[in-house]
Design a protein around this ligand. Structure first.
Ligand SMILES: [Mg+2]
Length: 257
């Protein structure tokens, strides 16, 4: 693609596997973000993490040396809370731990008869009693929303079951169809785009995963860059879903400007 035809004014970055991975910031990531910001590029950070709120996510990145602001961050928990707000629920049971839960503080929580069961990363609270309780509530008529569709995640070090695995188990057992909010759902990309005030052809998505970052960008009609970092696997290159660019690291991003 001719880079002159790109005229990129905004970039949506995935976080895990792009800026950092398993607790370590990638070489050049901080400098790259700073230089893009100094050039006036509008930045957004779109993550399928549910444990973090926008604020805790931005705070964590700031501690690591990034100049990143809360209103530039969209976590799957924040996006799900916005989605839920539109549904104006009577009550919900948010199965989630840590700061991500702050995004849901304005909803009525009800573990006994919720209108919605909202599944995030509930860590060790995904136990026999809680999961069976959720199953029974779904069979009684509760609706199911999952904060992301990812099946496994290794961003914390060891591979572990991700939100989509737990939600799909509940979906299959109950027969209640779930809505899955995080990437690749176009909803979160539209949310980012809307907040950027840019045309789709002025924005590019940068991620390390075909199944979420690149697929989602394609679905919504924005260009994408696949980085060979984080969860990237050489076999991804055989996928039918093709990114517009493939780079070795975040340091290569300024090449497209
Ligand atoms: Mg990633």
């Amino acid at each position: 693609m001719d880079k002159k035809s790109l005229s990129i004014k905004g970039i949506i970055f995935d976080i895990d596997g792009v800026l950092e991975f398993q607790g370590k910031v990638y070489d050049g990531a901080i400098e790259t973000i700073n230089s893009l910001r100094d050039k006036g590029i509008v930045l957004r950070f779109l993550t399928n993490s549910t444990l973090k709120s926008r604020k805790s996510c931005a705070d964590k990145l700031k501690k690591r040396g990034f100049r990143i602001f809360e209103d530039e961050v969209i976590t799957a928990s924040y996006a799900t809370a916005l989605y839920l707000k539109k549904l104006n629920p009577e009550s919900c049971w948010v199965m989630l731990e840590r700061e991500g839960l702050n995004e849901f503080r304005n909803f009525t929580q009800d573990m006994e008869n919720p209108e919605y069961i909202v599944v995030g990363d509930n860590r060790s609270n995904f136990d026999f009693n809680h999961l069976n309780k959720a199953l029974r509530l779904l069979l009684k008529g509760a609706k199911l929303i999952a904060m992301s569709s990812g099946l496994v995640d290794s961003s914390m070090g060891n591979i572990e079951l991700d939100v989509g695995s737990w939600a799909q188990m509940l979906e299959r057992a109950s027969g209640v169809k779930g809505v899955y909010i995080g990437k690749p759902n176009p909803y979160v990309f539209e949310l980012a785009l809307k907040s950027m005030n840019l045309d789709k052809n002025e924005v590019v998505m940068v991620g390390d995963q075909i199944s979420t970052d690149i697929k989602g960008a394609k679905n919504v009609g924005i260009r994408s860059i696949l980085l060979k970092t984080g969860e990237f696997d050489e076999r991804d290159l055989n996928s039918d879903i093709k990114p517009d660019f493939i780079f070795d690291s975040i340091r290569d991003i300024p090449k497209i400007l």
